[in-house]
Ligand binder design. Sequence first.
Ligand SMILES: *[C@@H]1O[C@H](CO)[C@@H](O)[C@H](O)[C@H]1NC(C)=O
Ligand SMILES: *[C@@H]1O[C@H](CO)[C@@H](O)[C@H](O)[C@H]1NC(C)=O
Length: 433
Amino acid sequence: MKLIVFIAFALFVTTFAKKLDEKYMWKELDFAWPSEEVKQAAIKSGRYIESHNLPLGLEVWKDKMFITVPRWKGGVASSLNYFKINDERSPVLIPYPSWEANQLPESEQTTQASYGGGRTDAKEAEKADNLLAKNNETIISTFRIRADDCDRLWVMDSGLADILGSPKQWAPNSIAVFDLNTDKLIRRFVIPEDQVKEDSFFANIIIDTQASDCSNAFAYLPDLGSYAVVVYDFKNDKSYRVKHNFFHFDPLQGDLTVGGVNFQWTDGVFGMALGTPTNEHGDRTVYFHALASTKEFSVPNTVLKNETFATSGDSYYAYTLLGDRGTKSQATAEFYDEKTDVIFYTQINRDAIGCWNIKKPYTPENQGLVDSDSHTLVFPNDLKVDDKGNLYVLSDRMPLFIYKNLEPGYNYRILTGKTEEVIVGTPCENAVQ
Ligand SMILES: *[C@@H]1O[C@H](CO)[C@@H](O)[C@H](O)[C@H]1NC(C)=O
Ligand SMILES: *[C@@H]1O[C@H](CO)[C@@H](O)[C@H](O)[C@H]1NC(C)=O
């Protein structure tokens, strides 16, 4: 009898894809405050406004789950955080690398009164310089982060706080790199002013390196607001700005409806995924897409890593259109899973997670639906796959947070699933088993 049940169960699981599990969920984010007094004082002064803390990006390294909380609004307790992966439902966030590094000066709360006018800007720029000069570990505001194969955490810090209120540039756009084994800052790189344009917005960071050669590393920083990719060369500690028509958005695909809120975005190049290295030099394919678009493109990493070539018009034809995912398939993040040869991506206009097996042509028919849920997957914002083949998805209803108000209840979630299991029964499964 037991055996029959087991066989029936085995048949069941191999025939139907497993849905994602809701592993963590929060009504509001709380933090590991130094003390209850500090927390109460922060609430009183407005330095901590619970409902303004929206989780956005995630990354997994060993038993740490990193969570970013961008400073969209005032009152964000800490922008870069982690918790230990465990069975708690709503873990408290621990600031990384420290509380101190995540604190803005006291005057943050007085910007409302003093904001506006050129004089303030000049004064603020001066302060901004001081902020990183005082403590180069300071994390002002980060959207996405990436842990590489060399146990380093790369943080794209926009330096901008209170984006939706009284925006304040506390420091220039920069990359901070931490050694995850010692939690020490090993590099801070400020993106040169001439590579940052008026509408530049750096909300993602992708790292191209290999454990066999850690000094040789490149960071790709999609500029979704100004349609370019800034490439940072770690070894030579310099960056350059790469432009291409394929980094732009599709004017017909910027109309989005999420959680009942309709809005129009013009976000260009955003999601990027790296394929498997094909040789000892680490040559591989870089897949990418604009957010306001349903198309996917690719370019060899050798193109992006070669400054002369990448910044010359000669590289135009090195970029390839792979295809179109079909209607309403706009995506934020994407991630390649070596185990299954599948790229997973978010589907913000469908409350869903999609997939594509890179061995198949890029057509709407070959796009798989991993999961879709108008309750738990409203605005899947970020996703990653760890080295054990676990897919992690963070959903946060961000458009409601930005344009309306979040309703009370569980708004923030991390869902998980085994990559091999969640693609069962979808076109992302390998044709040959
Ligand atoms: C950060 O600042 C400290 C103190 O000025 C300095 O010793 C250290 O080299 C800096 N670290 C980086 C990565 O710039
Ligand atoms: C970079 O591209 C140029 C062509 O623009 C080529 O001559 C050169 O060999 C390339 N460099 C490397 C390191 O591949």
